[in-house]
Design a protein around this ligand. Structure first.
Ligand code: SF4
Length: 317
């Protein structure tokens, strides 16, 4: 299994009137072909910013964007923006944005919205594009006839399938899904998760699945990256992180997840994440950590615990 994506020491900072927000601060991430990594953490920890950095979708107030994003061996940070737009974005790396199903164009039939990049970017005729969209709809368990429907004629779950079809239509190697089920009720959420599992099997597609819900991530992912205050504090296989979490924040996230089969109430993590404008020096989790030591006023390095696993915490130094 080849390595598709390797992110090294990625930084993405934003300028605001209150100061510079260190949204992504030294992130490392690896993803093999055909595998899924769940990127998990509380709201505002930098998950979406990491995804935007990989898509090179940078807002005008970007203050810092550096590091390495090696996609198939090419550092896309150094790539010319026009080359990236033409050859990578949507074609090789696609993304389902948070809340994207609410931004479908209300006056264009959903089939035409999905077909547009095939016609504009790939030179398909209208008939060829429609045939491809119908094939995609069948795979996503949407009736073919829905190509002629408008967004308001579809339920939330159906709209989300259309949005996934839009991201998949050019057959990207990497699909980034940012909270793709957060606006859906539980039964529809389960349908979308089953659909993503089917796509993973059928298409051998690599995915980054972004969520604040560790249980949901474990349903689809092969690897888990736990993110806190702009940094990935633990990375490992799903079994390693779920069965034996090492970082105190990972332990807290798992302890806060209700388990139906056990009569143990969830334990909630005390405190709040720090401001990313003036984050604390050293370990950013130290104000919430019951194991805090003097040394935690320094920045913890990544400690390799196995071939697939690292943790940033002085308990393992
Ligand atoms: Fe806690 Fe220190 Fe580890 Fe941070 S480095 S998680 S404060 S023990």
């Amino acid at each position: 299994m080849g390595l598709l994506l390797e992110v090294r020491d990625l930084h993405l900072y934003y300028r605001t009137i209150k100061g510079v927000v260190q949204a992504v601060d030294g992130v490392d991430l690896r993803l093999e072909e055909g595998k899924v990594v769940g990127l998990v953490g509380e709201s505002g920890c930098g998950k979406s910013s990491t995804a935007n950095a990989i898509m090179k979708l940078l807002p005008k107030n970007t203050a810092r964007y550096d590091g390495e994003i090696l996609f198939d061996g090419v550092n896309i940070i150094d790539l010319d923006d026009e080359i990236f737009r033409r050859e990578y974005r949507w074609k090789r790396i696609a993304m389902v944005f948070q809340g994207a199903m609410n931004s479908l164009n209300p006056v264009i039939k959903v089939g035409d919205q999905v077909a547009e990049p095939l016609i504009l970017k790939e030179g398909y005729t209208r008939a060829e594009a429609e045939a491809r969209v119908k094939e995609l709809f069948r795979m996503l368990n949407l009736p073919e006839s829905f190509v002629n429907r408008y967004p308001h004629e579809l339920s939330g779950g159906m709209k989300q399938r259309v949005v996934i079809a839009m991201a998949m239509v050019l057959e990207p190697q990497l699909l980034i899904l940012d909270e793709p089920t957060s606006a859906l009720d539980v039964s529809v959420q389960a349908q979308i998760m089953n659909l993503l599992k089917k796509l993973k099997e059928l298409k051998r597609m690599s995915m980054i699945f972004i969520t604040h819900d560790i249980a949901l991530a474990s349903d689809l992912s092969d690897y888990m990256a736990i993110m806190y205050a702009g940094k990935i504090v633990e990375f490992g296989t799903i079994e390693e992180v779920l069965l034996d979490p090492k970082h105190p924040y990972s332990q807290g996230l798992i302890a806060a997840t209700p388990v139906l089969s056990r009569d143990v109430p969830p334990k909630f993590l005390p405190g709040n994440p720090p401001s990313l404008i003036n984050p604390p020096k050293g370990c950013r989790f130290k104000d919430r950590c019951k194991y805090r030591m003097d040394v935690c006023d320094n920045e913890p390095n990544s400690i390799k615990l196995s071939d697939s696993r690292y943790v940033k915490c002085f308990l393992y130094h």
